[in-house]
Design a binder for this molecule. Structure first.
Ligand code: B12
Length: 212
């Protein structure tokens, strides 16, 4: 099983969709736990390519290919996760804020949450404050996660928080923010409940926020 998980991780790192999905199916046939495939192969693979990218050893097309391989693999695993596993840790609404089209990191965070047992409603990219408020209200979300990769769009996060206040739901939902240009200081300034710099820490923080 270790060998199969390694193969999947390398397929994610190198952006090979077919190799990844083929080996995910093999691992499932051999009785692997879907959650383990996600945490021990898919997420590890994305972490490796993300680090290579940060070190200047991989480039945007590599990231996109890896994200595609990750997405394809997750499509196989997701239905298996919800089966008989209805008790979730909490409900998380996540989206990239208005004007911003970057979604690789946000999707990574969403997958990590899902893999760790949260129910995730992914609103996608270019999400307006109205859409965030509507989703939080209708779905009765525990946490709303805002992502931004541009210095121009990160300020929109303050507008989303203001809209949650205006709608009277700010005290019912925790707000987490993230994205490369953000930091703790910025999160405090806009009165978010938490900021983390990566997907792993995001899961820990979310559990903390919900008192777990
Ligand atoms: C890939 C990429 C793109 C792709 C996006 C594809 C996609 N589907 O996402 C494309 C090519 C489309 C693109 C377009 C643009 N991009 Co671009 N892009 C990048 C790049 C190279 C990588 C981003 C990425 O995916 N990183 C890998 C992921 C895994 O990391 P991450 O996103 O940071 O996410 C992690 C954490 O931040 C955190 N996180 C993220 N979100 C959240 C949310 C929460 C709640 C939490 C807790 C944590 C969290 O966890 C994630 C996983 O660990 C960055 C460079 C960089 N160093 O960031 C530039 C970058 C962000 N882009 C930039 C620019 C300028 C643009 C464009 C304006 C370019 C142009 N002139 O057209 C457009 C803007 C389009 C738009 N309106 O959004 C600039 C931004 C500069 C600035 N100061 O604002 C950067 C920094 C490049 C640069 N050095 O100039 N881009």
């Amino acid at each position: 099983m270790e060998a199969l998980l390694d193969k999947i991780q390398v397929a994610i790192e190198t952006g090979k969709l077919e190799v990844a999905t083929e080996n995910v199916n093999k691992a499932l046939e051999e009785g692997a736990n879907p959650q383990v495939i996600i945490s021990d192969a898919l997420i590890k693979g994305m972490e490796v390519i993300g680090q290579r990218f940060q070190d200047g050893k991989a480039f945007v097309p590599n990231l996109l290919m890896s994200a595609r391989a990750m997405k394809g693999s997750l499509e196989i695993l997701k239905p298996l996760l919800s089966d008989g596993n209805n008790a979730t840790l909490g409900k998380i609404v996540i989206g990239t804020v208005k004007g911003d089209l970057h979604d690789i990191g946000k999707n990574l965070v969403a997958s990590m949450f899902e893999g760790c047992g949260f129910e995730v409603i992914n609103l996608g990219i270019d999400v307006s404050s109205e859409q965030f408020v509507k989703a939080v209200k209708e779905l009765n979300a525990d946490i709303v996660c805002l992502s931004a990769l541009l210095t121009t769009t990160m300020n929109y996060m303050a507008e989303v928080i203001k809209a949650l206040e205006d709608a009277g739901v700010r005290d019912k939902v925790k707000v987490m923010v993230g994205g490369a240009p953000l930091n703790d200081n910025f999160a405090r300034q806009i009165k978010a409940d938490a900021y983390t710099s990566n997907a792993n820490a995001a899961v820990q923080k979310a559990k903390e926020l919900l008192g777990m």
